[in-house]
Design a protein around this ligand. Sequence first.
Ligand SMILES: Nc1ncnc2c1ncn2[C@@H]1O[C@H](COP(=O)(O)OP(=O)(O)O)[C@@H](O)[C@H]1O
Ligand SMILES: O=C(OP(=O)(O)O)[C@H](O)COP(=O)(O)O
Length: 403
Amino acid sequence: MKTIDELLSEGVAGKRVFVRADLNVPLDGTTITDDGRIRAVLPTVKALAEAGARVVVASHLGRPKGTPDPAFSLAPAAARLGELLGTDVAFATDTVGESAQAVVAALADGQVAVVENLRFNAGETSKDDAERAAFADQLAVLADAYVGDGFGAVHRKHASVYDLPAKLPHYAGYLIANEVAVLRKLTDDVKRPYVVALGGAKVSDKLAVIDQLLAKADRLLIGGGMAYTFLKAKGYEVGISLLQADQIPVVTEYMERAEKNGVEIVLPVDVLVSTEFPDLKTKAPANPTTVAADAIPADQEGLDIGPETRKLYASKLADAATVFWNGPMGVFEHPDYAEGTKAVAQALVDSKGFTVVGGGDSAAAVRTLGFDETAFGHISTGGGASLEYLEGKTLPGLAALED
Ligand SMILES: Nc1ncnc2c1ncn2[C@@H]1O[C@H](COP(=O)(O)OP(=O)(O)O)[C@@H](O)[C@H]1O
Ligand SMILES: O=C(OP(=O)(O)O)[C@H](O)COP(=O)(O)O
C-alpha cells in the first residue's frame, strides 16, 4: 500500500487530491456535538495543503436515501474543518457535476474544498457495480490523485471507497495507516484474556461480526441495542426494545457455540426501561424504571443496562489483558441513560490491559461524558470498520488502496 508520504515525495503542488474522509459526526441540528472525526483527518489535509495540493475532501454523513436531504448536509462539517485548519474552506453544494467542478477549479494551490454528502447520490452506495462505477467516474474528474483516509467507512463497498481509487493513483492517508497499525496488535498474538464489549444501535451489522469473534475472544459483553435480540433468543419478553427478530436463530446458534467452545457471552441482568424514547433535544427527565432482564414489560423499551449489569460488566473487564469496545451500552446522549456507557468506559480506564474503543458514537460518548482520551490505549474512528478488521476480513476500502 502506498502512503501519502510517497505522494508528497512525488510532489503535489498544483495537483488536485481527493481525500475520502469520514466526517460522519454526530449533529444536534446543525451543531456538531463531537468533532473527533474531523480532527482525525487534519494531519492528512494539512500535509497536502501545506505541500501546495488543491485538496478536495469528500465524505458521507448519516444515511440519507441517495438523494439530497438538508438534515444530512456536510456544510457544518466543512465549516468546522475550516475553523480547525484556520483557513477558509470552500463548500460545493453538489457532490459532483458542473457546480462541484467549478468550486474545485477555483481552488488555488494549498486551498481546501469540501463537496456535499456523497450519499446524496444513489450511485455511492449502490449494489450495482455499473451504477457505482458511473458515480466514481463523476468523482474522478474532480481529482488527479486519491487519498483514502475515511477509516470509519473502509468496510463499505461504496463508490468513493472502493471504485474511485481504482481510477486514480491512490494512497493511504495518515489516519488509515495509524488505525491499521494499532488494530494489527489485536489480530497478531493478542494478549489474553481478550474481552470484547458490544453495544450500540447498528444491530444487524454488528451481530454478523460475532460469528468470527467467537473464535478469537475469550469473553463477549453484550449491551446497548444489541442485547435485546439475545434476551429474546433466551425466551425473554423484550417489549418494544430494539430487536433484530430475523437474527434470533443466528444468535441462538452463537450462544450454543460459545458454550461449546468455552467463550463466555455475558448478557444484561437488569435494564432501564421506559414507555418512550427520551427527548435528546430538551433532555427532559425520562424517569426510567429498573427491571430484571427477564421482566421487561410488553409496552416498554430497554434503553440502558441497569446498575447490577454495570457492576457485572466492570468485574468482567477487570482481569482483561486486551479489551475492544464498540457501541454505547445505552442511549448515552440522554443523562438518564448514560450510566451504563460511563461504567464500561470507567472499567476500561481502570484496566491494566490494552484498551481500544471503536466507533463514531462510542468515541463521541467517551469524550462527551468527560473521559480523558489518553486514559485509553486507542480510540478508533471506526466501529463497524474496526470490528470487521478484527474479524480478519478483507475490507473493500483497504484492498482498494493496495498497489
Ligand atoms: N438500548 C438502546 N436502544 C436504542 N438505541 C441505543 C440503545 N443503546 C444504545 N443506543 C444508541 O446506539 C447509538 C450508537 O450506535 P452505533 O452507531 O452502533 O455505535 P458506534 O457509532 O459507536 O459504532 C447511540 O446513538 C445510542 O443512543
Ligand atoms: O459511523 C460510522 O460507523 P460506526 O457507527 O460503525 O463507527 C461510519 O461513518 C460508517 O457509517 P455507516 O455505518 O452508515 O456506513
